[in-house]
Design a protein around this ligand. Structure first.
Ligand code: CTP
Length: 424
């Protein structure tokens, strides 16, 4: 295969040397196109010696053979590793100010981009937008690994291991050769949720007791975020109400996801009621606190009084929170699909499912995704399996594995409902 290995100017350029070795040892013909900045990290002789090919950075070097067009046309695969924030920005906006970016504008083959940079740069909205643009244009952009960066800092931004980059890139070529296969990152022309608006809640609500304490739960929000990301990938506009979700997780979402951050159940209800008003589908993935303290005190609850005497242990009086899902079901406009989640415990799968069926009938949501939690969790052989029930408690499907696979099963069920509503 003829492969172009683009290298931009980051410290991780040394790892591209290992990727080059893996590719040439596997018998591929590799043309390395570094940026000028990349040569500050790994010099031209290294690339030339290992690729047995000339190495140039500028379109003017091979002007007689119009290299950027020829190389682009002839390539079977392009890998850009590492891709710096600057390279992503130039590629996303169609700049052609060096041989690498000019070549990226002429290729017809699969393109794999492996970004590497400091965490702050990766999380910056400009970089997020550029990554989303490149994905929309059909490039396969890997998420960077998390771990130790150039200095003492750690976080997302590390270049994935060369073997993983090479494997992911070769899989793209294989995928393109498989009829009917699709890149899950690319927005397919037939995106099943194109034109739809989906309101999703994620995370867990917190109910304040005093300025420093709250009643809350352990929900990370990852399942709701997987739903938001995949719904956006499938063409939907997503309104996400994020209850106490870690900022780093939110920063990784594509720009089609509009985020509203909330803390309490009352705030979540307000956000979801507004978002649901114009949504085709509503998904309540958040873990909602069923109760809140009857009152919140403005000063910190102290263990000792002003004289230094220990106070009596306070009792916390609780009042019930509204059931957001039930209210959304009651007020839903015609054709809207409302989805709830139920995490249930039980001695066995049958008991868990019984709890789920009872909840499905009680809540009245069009779909309820039931999962088994606690010791020996899971319904079958698949870890993290959910059973999707209809409002009568009837099983309409199962989805399991990763959070993205669970999200895929739920979004499939929603798309089927929306499709059949449109045709009825
Ligand atoms: N939910 C909600 N508002 C609440 C409680 C739950 O909208 N006050 C939603 C959750 O987001 C989830 C579904 O209802 O989609 C089921 O949540 P769960 O906590 O399992 O249900 P509860 O009604 O709290 O039932 P129970 O505690 O009896 O299991």
């Amino acid at each position: 295969m003829r492969i172009i290995l683009g290298v931009s100017g980051g410290i991780a350029a040394y790892k591209a040397v290992l990727a080059l070795r893996l590719l040439t040892e596997a018998g591929h013909q590799v043309r390395v196109i570094p940026t000028e900045a990349a040569l500050a990290f790994v010099g031209r002789p290294t690339w030339e010696a290992l690729s047995h090919q000339p190495v140039t950075t500028s379109v003017f070097d091979g002007a007689d053979t119009v290299d950027h067009v020829r190389l682009g046309r002839e390539a079977d695969l392009v890998i850009v590793a590492p891709a710096t924030a600057d390279l992503l920005a130039r590629a996303a906006t169609g700049r052609a100010d060096d041989l690498l970016t000019a070549t990226l504008l002429t290729v017809h083959c699969p393109v794999l981009i492996a970004p590497a940079m400091h965490t702050e740069m990766w999380h910056h909205p400009a970089t997020r937008d550029n990554v989303a643009t490149l994905r929309r244009h059909g490039a396969h952009v890997l998420d960077p690994d998390s771990g130790r960066l150039t200095g003492a800092d750690t976080g997302p931004g590390r270049l994935p291991e060369p073997a993983d980059i090479v494997a992911a890139a070769l899989a793209l070529v294989h995928r393109d050769e498989t009829p009917g296969a699709a890149d899950p990152q690319a927005v397919a022309p037939s995106a099943p949720l194109a034109g739809c608006t989906v309101a999703i809640s994620a995370g867990g609500t917190r109910e304040p007791l005093d300025p420093v304490r709250f009643l809350g739960n352990r929900s990370s929000g990852r399942q709701g975020l997987a739903l938001a990301r995949l719904a956006a990938d499938r063409g939907a506009t997503v309104h996400l109400a994020a209850a106490n979700v870690e900022a780093a997780l939110l920063a990784d979402l594509p720009p089609q996801v509009r985020i509203e951050q909330v803390e309490t159940t009352a705030e979540l209800q307000a956000a979801m009621t507004t978002a649901a008003a114009n949504a085709h589908a509503v998904i309540m993935a958040a873990a909602v606190a069923d109760f809140r303290p009857a009152s919140t005190v403005e000063a910190k609850i102290k263990t000792h009084d002003a004289e230094g005497n220990r106070r009596q242990t306070p009792a916390i009086e609780l009042v019930a929170n509204p059931d957001i899902l039930a209210a959304l079901v009651t007020s839903r406009p015609p054709g809207q699909v409302v989805v709830g989640f139920a995490a249930e415990t039980g001695a066995d799968s049958a008991e868990v499912l019984e709890h789920g069926r009872a909840k499905a009938r009680r809540k009245g949501a069009d779909l309820l995704a039931v999962n088994r939690v606690g010791a020996g969790a899971g319904f079958g052989d698949v870890p993290n399996e959910v059973v999707i029930l209809d409002s009568d408690g009837g099983e309409i499907g199962r989805a399991g594995g990763t959070k993205t696979e669970v999200a895929a099963g739920i979004l499939d069920a929603i798309a089927a409902r929306l499709g059949s509503a449109a045709h009825s």
